[in-house]
Design a protein around this ligand. Structure first.
Ligand code: CA
Length: 229
């Protein structure tokens, strides 16, 4: 599986419900992690923030509402989308009223199709390239569904690694990525690759992007890494 597949954390205390959800998310190509209660969820998120959290309201000890409130209070986890699951619509009204900061609400029993659509809608906002979105930067257009990249309407030929590198950059223009962060995102943390490999592929990406003219949009930040724009 590609290293840039989005990760979804499921927080649900009922094992059967948790596994059904995990099965469906994995079938959609997401990487799934699981927490059986709120404390575990908070620990997992502090260790490595997922791209999205599906959070059940009814949890032992720390409720889903409290978990959500804590996540939305912290600067490093605030931007992670949270989809809250609840058993009744009155509960959803209450969650809304409590201003927990949840990004979306789904009522149980939910249709898998609907929940997956909600998950994709949230990711389209935060990680557009992973859910078939189209990214634009200046005159560069990247379509993650067709895997086509154009610059100034001319098609560019990119290898799979260069394509993932460019998607990463285009999701957050201006952000400086260290070589280690790029390795993690593009190659995956389980694979041993020398950081110099990043430089090699950045070189190839630059060459491809400037093949038909235009300035090199990638910036080398001395001692820090690379950025787009
Ligand atoms: Ca539950």
């Amino acid at each position: 599986m590609a290293a840039d597949q989005p990760t979804v954390l499921i927080v649900e205390d009922e094992p059967a419900q948790r596994e059904v959800l995990a099965y469906n998310l994995e079938a959609e190509g997401f990487r799934v992690s699981r927490a059986a209660n709120g404390e575990e969820a908070l620990l997992l998120v502090a260790e490595d923030a997922p791209d999205l959290i599906v959070l059940d309201w009814m949890l032992p000890n720390v409720s889903g509402i409290e978990v959500c409130r804590q996540l939305k209070m912290r600067a490093d986890t605030r931007q992670v989308p949270v989809i809250m699951l609840s058993a009744r619509s009155e509960e959803v009204d209450r969650v809304r009223g409590l201003e927990t900061g949840a990004d979306d609400y789904v009522i149980k029993p939910y249709s898998v199709v609907e929940l997956m659509a909600r998950v994709r809608a949230q990711l389209r906002r935060t990680r557009p390239s992973t859910v078939g979105g189209r990214l634009e930067y200046d005159d560069i257009v990247l379509d993650s569904e067709t895997h086509r990249v154009t610059r100034n309407d001319k098609p560019l030929k990119l290898g799979p690694t260069e394509f993932r590198l460019l998607s990463t950059f285009m999701e957050k223009p201006g952000r400086v990525w260290s070589r280690e962060q790029l390795l993690d995102r593009v190659w995956g943390r389980d694979i041993y690759v020398d950081t110099r490999t990043v430089d090699v592929h950045i070189g190839r990406l630059r060459k491809a992007l400037t093949l038909h003219g235009g300035d090199d949009p990638l910036r080398t930040v001395r001692g820090a890494g690379y950025a787009l724009g």
